[in-house]
Every structure is written in structure tokens, then in C-alpha cells.
Write a protein that binds this ligand. Structure first.
Ligand code: ACM
Length: 269
């Protein structure tokens, strides 16, 4: 069995060292293969503008936050998927990083920016690919990517067993939608949301918690509370994500008719 879960908590806006200390202390005795943290888990979410984000975003190559997380992975012998405010020269990405005992294994930059994120982040430019972790194929997407079913589909077509999904959800549609994303792709998903609010001079955003582990037949393995911190680890059977049969005669992948789907790959007008 593969041990995967999430840590749902309330990052404090702009307090990167405090948020890192919280994650390091909470996870220091955990046994798992992979733990998923929320989107933008160390900076908080609701930036005023691009210059504020620029002042907090880090280059993964030189990031003290990533060094701390890598040490944790080495000490505990597990892997983390975390949301991360990434600076790359003059670009700023809302990223998900897969980190293991040897450092960052993959960086996925959010393709579908939500609402005011468009004012300060650059749209992602990394491909949808999977990474092997202890016999599991891990795919990553970030929060609002849930609303574009192509993302979970492509990760699943690349062989993903588990879609790791750092999130900062403010609406309550996603958890329901993930039931369908998992069912139509016969894949597991771990949606790690945050709780609490970012109260800022330009307004307040409240986050909806209810982090969720969803199984390939659309079962909700576990859903956290909307407002309580929780560390949750599930034991999952990866073989369930490798059986793509929806009925004895219907295979979710082999029954597709891509010759009728050309509109999906046309550029936006
Ligand atoms: C979101 O994409 N953070 C809603």
C-alpha cells in the first residue's frame, strides 16, 4: 500500500519562516510516502500587487525554504508536493514542487490562473508530466486547474496514479468536481486546501478547507473540516488506478474517440 495524505493548515500571510517552522514541526514524526501541502503554503495567497509578490517569491535554486523541506524529506524519508511562490529571473509563477530527499524532482507552474492571480503571476509554461516516486506515478496540478478537465486527463493519460493538487480554494465546487475528475480518469487525487483567511489592506479572502482524498471510482476516502487544521494520511492501493474499466466493456482511455476531439487542441481565438 502507498501512504499519501495532506496537511491542511492556515499559512500566515508573508510569514515564510513561521509557516516553514509549522510544517517542519508538524511533519517531523510522520510516516508516509508523499504528503501534499496547500498552494502558496509559505507566503500566503492574497498579494496586493506584483511588487509585493516579487518581494516574497523565491528562486528554488537558492531557497532556504526548499533547503528546509529537503532536509525534512531526508530525515523522514518521504516526499512532499507543495505550492510555492516561484521567482525565475523577472518571472513569477504559482508553482507546485515535488521535493524528495535529494531536492526538487519536478516543478509544475500553474497553467490556469484564478481571478486576481492574473494581476501578478505569469501563466505557467511547464508541461503536464508525471514523476515516478516509489513505484507510483505522481502528477501535479494547482487549485483552479481543476476547472479545466484537460489537466487531470492529460496527467492520467501520461500514466498518473495520483494527481497531487495543492489548493487555496475560495469556492466550494472543487471537491465535488474532483469526484468526477477521478471517476472519468480512474485516478486518485489529493486536494490539499488551506483554512483561515488572508486579511489584507485591499480586502479579505476566506479559504474553504475540506481537503480531500478521492479514489478512482469517485469515492471520497476522506474530507477534512472547513475550518480545522488536519494532518491526514491514507493507505491506497495503486492497482485501482491502473484498471481503467468503467464497465466490463468500457475502458476510460481505449474507448476515447480523439479523432472527434480536434477542437480541444485548437488555440483560443
Ligand atoms: C485558486 O486557484 N486558488 C482558486
Amino acid at each position: 500500500m502507498f501512504k499519501i495524505g495532506f496537511f491542511q493548515f492556515e499559512p500566515k500571510f508573508g510569514e515564510v519562516a513561521t509557516n516553514l517552522a509549522k510544517v517542519l514541526s508538524t511533519l517531523q514524526h510522520v510516516e508516509a510516502d508523499v504528503i501534499v501541502l496547500p498552494e502558496l503554503a509559505f507566503t500566503g495567497y492574497y498579494f496586493q500587487d506584483r511588487s509585493e509578490l516579487m518581494s516574497m517569491a523565491e528562486d528554488p535554486e537558492t531557497s532556504a525554504t526548499i533547503d528546509g523541506l529537503t532536509r525534512l524529506c531526508r530525515d523522514r524519508d518521504f516526499f512532499l508536493v507543495t505550492g510555492f511562490a516561484e521567482r525565475c529571473a523577472d518571472k513569477l509563477f504559482n508553482s507546485a514542487l515535488l521535493i524528495g530527499p535529494g531536492g526538487v524532482l519536478r516543478n509544475y507552474r500553474k497553467l490556469h490562473l484564478f481571478n486576481t492571480e492574473k494581476d501578478y503571476f505569469d501563466p505557467g509554461d511547464t508541461p503536464l508530466e508525471t514523476t515516478d516516486v516509489r513505484g507510483a506515478k505522481i502528477g501535479m496540478m494547482v487549485c483552479f486547474d481543476w476547472a479545466f478537465p484537460e489537466v487531470a486527463r492529460i496527467l492520467s493519460l501520461q500514466g498518473a496514479d495520483i494527481v497531487c493538487h495543492p489548493s487555496n480554494l475560495v469556492l466550494d465546487w472543487c471537491q465535488k468536481a474532483m469526484v468526477t475528475r477521478c471517476l472519468e480518469n480512474a485516478v486518485f487525487a489529493v486536494t490539499a486546501n488551506r483554512i483561515g483567511a488572508d486579511v489584507r489592506p485591499h480586502g479579505e479572502l476566506k479559504f474553504t478547507g475540506q481537503s480531500q482524498v478521492t479514489a478512482p471510482k469517485g469515492e471520497i476516502v476522506h474530507r477534512a473540516a472547513p475550518d480545522a487544521e488536519e494532518l491526514y494520511i491514507a493507505e491506497i492501493d495503486l492497482s485501482l488506478a491502473r484498471n481503467k474499466l468503467l464497465t466490463p466493456k468500457n475502458n476510460a482511455f481505449q474507448d476515447r474517440r480523439p479523432e472527434f476531439y480536434a477542437a480541444l487542441s485548437q488555440a483560443n481565438k
